[in-house]
Ligand binder design. Structure first.
Ligand code: FMN
Length: 195
């Protein structure tokens, strides 16, 4: 198996991090990998906002967690990870960003096709690149809802993000703490060969 496929298969979501900030040259490689993701129409329209301010990360992480618990389906029960528990596993976790030292939020124009797809493939590129550098990552949802709140709208005004952009998702990054989660076995029915 080559190194690229190994990285894809071995990448796992991390939610426990060392507080040491990731090195800038590693961050730049991760952003570069994101910038080479495929994008609709080749427009390269997503914007990656890198956040490393502890207070802002804590504020947005708390808002995000609140949104998660506000919108739970009625009979919600889920076990995500015992090694790297998520806010769905443990209500006591304060921030949906899990104290990661770096949070990248990806925005794309609402006025063009495929903002969700463009931003998601970008994040996947970044997570695989991060894994290949020994950096832990996790995809975090509820970005659009976070920036649709009154507080969220103020924040993006400060960040100079145009009103025609929507936040699609976050990618949290940091040096991993604790054990890497084991991948759940792949479901057999995911692959259907039609001959
Ligand atoms: C669209 C999407 C949204 C996700 N949102 C969250 C999230 O909000 N919080 C979180 O802790 N993990 C989130 N995850 C990570 C998943 O929980 C994780 O990918 C899944 O449990 C499989 O684990 P693995 O990434 O280690 O293979 C998300 C993943 C995807 C693809």
């Amino acid at each position: 198996m080559n190194e690229t496929i190994k990285s894809i298969i071995e990448r796992r979501s991390f939610r426990k991090f060392k507080q040491e900030q990731i090195a800038d040259d590693e961050l730049n490689l991760i952003l570069l990998a994101g910038s080479y993701a495929p994008c609709a129409g080749g427009r390269q329209s997503p914007v990656m906002v890198v956040l490393q301010d502890k207070n802002m990360i804590a504020k947005l992480g708390k808002m995000n967690k609140q949104l998660f618990y506000q919108n739970l389906p009625p009979a919600f029960k889920m076990k995500v990870s015992s090694e790297q528990p998520s806010i769905a596993d443990d209500e006591r976790i304060i921030s949906a960003f899990y104290n990661a030292p770096t949070v990248i939020t990806v925005f794309a124009p609402k006025t063009y096709h495929y903002p969700i797809e463009d931003c998601s493939v970008m994040i996947e590129n970044m997570m695989i690149a991060a894994h290949s550098l020994g950096i832990g990552s996790c995809f975090i949802g509820r970005a659009a809802e976070t920036f649709e709140t009154e507080d969220g709208k103020e924040i993006i005004k400060d960040w100079n993000i145009g009103e025609d952009y929507t936040a699609v998702a976050h990618c949290i990054l940091g040096y991993p703490e604790g054990n890497s989660p084991k991948a759940k076995p792949r479901k057999e029915f995911v692959v259907k060969r039609i001959s």
